[in-house]
Structures are given as structure tokens and as C-alpha cells.
Design a binder for this molecule. Sequence first.
Ligand code: TYD
Length: 141
Amino acid sequence: MREPLIVKNSGYVELKLIRDNRDGNLVILEALRDVPFELKRLYYITNLENSVSIRGQHAHKQLEQVIFCIQGSFTLGLDDGQNHQKILMNKVNVGIKLGKMLWHTMEDFSNGCVLLVVASDYYSEEDYIRNYDDFIQLAHQ
Ligand code: TYD
């Protein structure tokens, strides 16, 4: 049973998973079909063996992303300025949309955890809101 998402600008993205038994799993993502945007960028995060690691802690003004945990598990914190919640990410084919103005934090990484993120645009530091007070002010406008 999936925890309902109460924050704005989010949602689950479930990808097709083909289980090949002893030959492993195949997971497929198609732009504009599985995710609501054209992919301009993909990045992945590895070497998260430290359970005190923390990533994210920012929001984006325009960028849309979908985050997956393709190995292991971690906790995704989501905050839209009004509601916040924590989601356990531990399914290889179930991602979460990180829409505009959604403060997100990734922590509690398992050993060998690997994150995969697909993004709607190229990297731009100007699109980041890295200060939480600034985020709250903008979110309440
Ligand atoms: P950041 O997005 O803050 O990482 P996370 O959300 O995973 O904690 O990015 C960390 C650093 O990497 C920052 O200096 C910007 C740089 N970076 C790029 O140059 N290009 C990218 O596509 C991304 C995602 C980050």
C-alpha cells in the first residue's frame, strides 16, 4: 500500500518492470509517456554508504524532475511550504515527481543505495532555491 502524497506538485511514477527471474529485472522509462516532460538531463548518485549523508535541501523554481531509488533504499522528505511528509523509497520501478517549488531532502541511505533522477531541463544554478526561508517566502506568495 503506497502512502498517499499530500504535498503539491508531486505524484508517483510507476515504470514498467519486467521480471526475468534468474536473469534480473528490466525497468523502462519513456519520455512524455511515463514522465510528463521531455528528458534533457539524467543524473545518478552513488557512494551513499554513509547513513548520515544528506542531499537535496533545495527546491526548483521551474525544473521538473522524477527521482528513483534504483538500488537499496532512502527516505525522501517533501515539503511544499504547507504540508510535508517523508516517503520510504525502496522500489526499483516507483519514482516520485519533484515538481516546481517542492523542497526535497534525501537521507537515511542504505549501503549501496543508488539514486537516479531525470530532469526536464539542463542544469542551471539560477533555478535553485537553496535557502529554506527564501523558499517559504516564495511558496507563500
Ligand atoms: P545538488 O543539485 O545540490 O545536489 P543534490 O540535490 O543531489 O544534493 O548539486 C550538487 C553540486 O553538483 C552543485 O555544485 C551543482 C552540481 N551539479 C551540476 O553541476 N550539474 C547537475 O546537473 C547537478 C544536479 C548538480
